[in-house]
Write a protein that binds this ligand. Sequence first.
Ligand SMILES: Cc1cc2nc3c(=O)[nH]c(=O)nc-3n(C[C@H](O)[C@H](O)[C@H](O)COP(=O)(O)OP(=O)(O)OC[C@H]3O[C@@H](n4cnc5c(N)ncnc54)[C@H](O)[C@@H]3O)c2cc1C
Length: 416
Amino acid sequence: MRYSALKIFKEAVTGHKGWKPVWRKPAPKPSYDFIIIGGGGHGLATAHYLASKFDGKNIAVLEKGWIGGGNVGRNTTIIRSNYLHHENEGFYEFSLKLWEGLEQDLNYNAMVSQRGIINLYHSDPQRDAYARRGNAMIMNGADAVLLDQDGVRKQYPFLNFDNARFPIKGGLWQPRGGTVRHDAVAWGYARAADSKGVDIIENCEVTGFDIQNGRCVGVKTTRGKILAKKVGVAVAGNSSRVMAMADMHLPLESHVLQAFVSEGFKPFLPGVITYGAGHFYVSQSDKGGLVFGGDIDGYNSYAQRGNLPVVEDVCEGGMSLMPAIGKARLLRMWGGIMDMSMDGSPMIDKTHIDGLYFNGGWCYGGFKATPASGYAFAHLLATDTPHETARAYRMDRFSRGLMIDEKGQGAQPNLH
Ligand SMILES: Cc1cc2nc3c(=O)[nH]c(=O)nc-3n(C[C@H](O)[C@H](O)[C@H](O)COP(=O)(O)OP(=O)(O)OC[C@H]3O[C@@H](n4cnc5c(N)ncnc54)[C@H](O)[C@@H]3O)c2cc1C
């Protein structure tokens, strides 16, 4: 079903009886060419690009819960491509370009809003580091503008510029960064994949792999065994648990990250800002609520709920950046499970088991990666070669000493 102004008008005057479900609810078939485990953003995007760009047929996405129930529907919706390392910047810029054409590609309003993102700096060394990062972005074809204090003031006059422990000195601005409505991304990809014949099977948990003579030939699920020529795993925070079923132990830890939404206000925050002296990022949704977050909770967990000390920490970060936020009432909060890799960068790779492929390690930055991750994973599944923007995301880089340590923090997943 295609959406159009005419269709909306017709349905409005005929009692909205003509809308069809956005995707089918098929029963699993006994076998597929491709099985994607995980119906989050990355799994659905993989299925969509596999079917639409790589001529993939006979594809299923197996999701243990419901579409949009994982991190794809839990994140703070920020997209950007402001990375320093060449291995990351090319990939995230590819993703931003795909975001820019996503709504036309899917014919779905995902509310892609390039309202700009500013990373604030608070000291001269931090400014120099941001200048370096901005140059790296420009060299990779992205956009970056280094703002001084007046430049930030023009956009955000109400920030705590001078009277703070860490005065704001300026910021690195990426005008093409912004926000996208997260659950609409899941629905849009699901709808597009379904329309190409992909079976999206919800309430179907993968409970094991069928591995024979070093080759993965299918999966065991709560809805029976399903055979497959190729199996791609894209389960984000559950990566360690799922890959352990294939006896693989990954350089990953799972941590909780929380998101917060305030009551609604009139529009006052034009773009996304991140605080450079602590960990706090905020934007304003189209409904008026402030959508914000900060650090991960800091200990390993598979629980999709957060804890109070981090609530305090995040709100303190917000208060020091814009004291006026103290009057806002918090409406909602929730948690998601982050697949934190040791160097803070992801993996999109074949495993040592033939027919089994892995996509994960997205830490808390995987939403913005959704289109490129799906595209690159589809490329790998279809051609058995890595996509040009994802060549560095190999699983063996940890044993070969080829870490992509964007933050220069070392092997400390809780710091990335
Ligand atoms: C609070 C929060 C804020 C964030 N903010 C941002 C942000 O602003 N910008 C950004 O870029 N990123 C952000 N992220 C990170 C981003 O959301 C994730 O990196 C990304 O969504 C992960 O990929 P996904 O969408 O495929 O994950 P998910 O949506 O979690 O998909 C994985 C799916 O796998 C399913 N699954 C797991 N195990 C099995 C199994 N055994 N069988 C079948 N299915 C299974 C799960 O049910 C789940 O639906 C944030 C995350 C959180 C939680």
